[in-house]
Design a protein around this ligand. Structure first.
Ligand SMILES: [Zn+2]
Ligand SMILES: [Zn+2]
Length: 437
């Protein structure tokens, strides 16, 4: 069974779980818009749909999608999510969700047309309304299209909700390749994070016996070389490279569904991005695209892993009882419970790794999963993506502070925690951001 045959299948896996894969179909084809009505007819019981766009994605594909459905006899209500301010595209947050919630009433299907924000809003609204959702992707910009997760900002805090994956994800190579370049390189950053997030997930399996599925980690192995070794083709908008990137992003979403958690695709590098988001929102400013921040975070995590796994005789320190309140300021109240939840794991990890042979076992198992930071940086740089602090609107000193503190933002144990237990970031955070940020 190739990764492409997974969609819609139910199978018993070596990990012990039976995986039922949604989406049922994933289709990236030149005639995707023409095929939309048939796809929707298979997904929904009745021919009435809400088509959710913003002004840009309406022009890129949304208007054509609505027209194709109407021509096939569907009743269509178009919702164009307004920009919150001039030159600012919509966000996925509680306020936007609440405004739209009543507008899907009576529709048998939600069709989202767009990238991260619209795909998430579509999944969220469809889940609330108890109807299926079809996602028409307009950019290879993030790995959430095929996943059950929605990542909204709730009361100012970046959060994660469980909804359902869309029944079908569609895309057209022409539209994906015509998307703004920074969206595509953001997708590249999000998918390159797979090496550090998978290593973090495996580390949780080794240290705490958490569930782990090797098959979901290996899903993108075959297609990875098509963009990893040809980033200039991603930059040029070559259909084969961008199509492979899109496939890998979808399969990363499938991996999250298989794991029933974001763990396979979200490790320490994502905590760097979440922290950048939260600090920016708290300061009333803006942040860069998720995947661009994640790409920079991945370079830093690859370097951090390299330094941590090079330690021969580890000495673990007692984890601090509290978060750094000075650093988090008004966010401290929201961050503190996450760290408190994680704290027992910090001691448990140190106890386990102090036992004979455990440290070398961890190093041996994780090392083959990782990439050198040079490779990740070169791939992103050749694709025209973000690689430095200034690329993502941050200064090196702040990024070094974030490297020390981002671990406090979530209960998930990552390389940031292991490095902190070893005292690595005390001196190395400045050095790493100087060299790589
Ligand atoms: Zn499995
Ligand atoms: Zn991500």
């Amino acid at each position: 069974m190739t990764p492409h045959d997974l969609y819609g299948r139910t199978f018993a896996c070596e990990c012990g779980k039976t995986h039922a894969i949604e989406p049922r179909e994933a289709l990236c084809a030149a005639d995707a818009l023409d095929r939309l009505p048939d796809v929707c007819a298979r997904a929904a019981g009745e021919r009435s749909a809400v088509v959710l766009t913003d002004v840009r994605t309406r022009a890129a594909a949304g208007a054509a999608a609505a027209a194709a459905l109407r021509a096939a006899g569907w009743t269509v209500r178009e919702i164009v999510v307004p920009d919150p301010a001039p030159d600012r595209s919509p966000v996925c947050d509680d306020a936007t969700h609440d405004r739209l919630a009543g507008e899907t009433a009576g529709a048998g299907l939600v069709v989202s047309v767009g990238s991260g924000v619209l795909s998430d809003l579509g999944k969220w609204l469809a889940y609330d309304a108890g109807v299926p959702c079809v996602s028409f992707a307009t950019a290879a910009s993030m790995n959430g299209y095929a996943s059950a997760n929605v990542a909204p900002t709730l009361a100012g805090v970046k959060s994660l909700l469980r909804a359902r994956p869309p029944r079908v994800v569609l895309a057209s190579p022409d539209i994906l390749c015509a998307a703004p370049r920074e969206l595509t390189t953001a997708g590249l950053g999000d998918v390159l994070a797979k090496c550090t997030s998978s290593a973090d997930w495996r580390m949780n399996h080794i240290l705490f016996g958490d569930y782990y599925c090797a098959r979901s980690v290996g899903l993108i192995a075959e297609i990875e070389p098509l963009y990893l070794e040809h980033p200039q083709d991603v930059a040029a908008g070559d259909a084969r490279a961008v199509g492979a990137l899109f496939d890998a992003l979808l399969l990363t979403g499938v991996a999250m569904t298989m794991a029933e958690s974001s763990a396979p695709a979200s490790g320490g590098e994502h905590l760097i991005s979440h922290t950048l988001d939260m600090l920016a929102v708290a300061a009333g400013g803006e942040h860069d695209l998720h995947g661009r921040q994640v790409g920079v975070g991945t370079i830093l995590m690859c370097e951090l892993y390299r330094r941590v796994l090079a330690v021969e005789s580890p000495k673990f320190r007692t984890p601090p009882e509290q978060i750094d309140v000075r650093f988090w300021g008004p966010l401290a109240g929201a961050v503190s419970p996450c760290y408190a939840e994680k704290r027992p794991r910090l001691s448990a990890a140190a106890d386990k790794l102090a036992k004979p042979g455990e440290w070398d076992r961890l190093r041996a198992e994780l090392a083959p999963m990782l990439r050198p930071p040079e490779q990740v940086r070169d791939c992103l740089a050749r694709a025209g993506g973000a690689t430095t602090a200034s690329d993502i609107g941050c200064d090196k000193r702040t990024l070094a502070e974030i490297l020390r503190r981002a671990r406090e933002v979530r209960a998930r144990f990552t390389i940031l925690d292991l490095a902190d237990l070893l005292g690595v970031p005390d001196d190395a955070a400045d050095e790493i951001t100087e060299q790589w940020g």
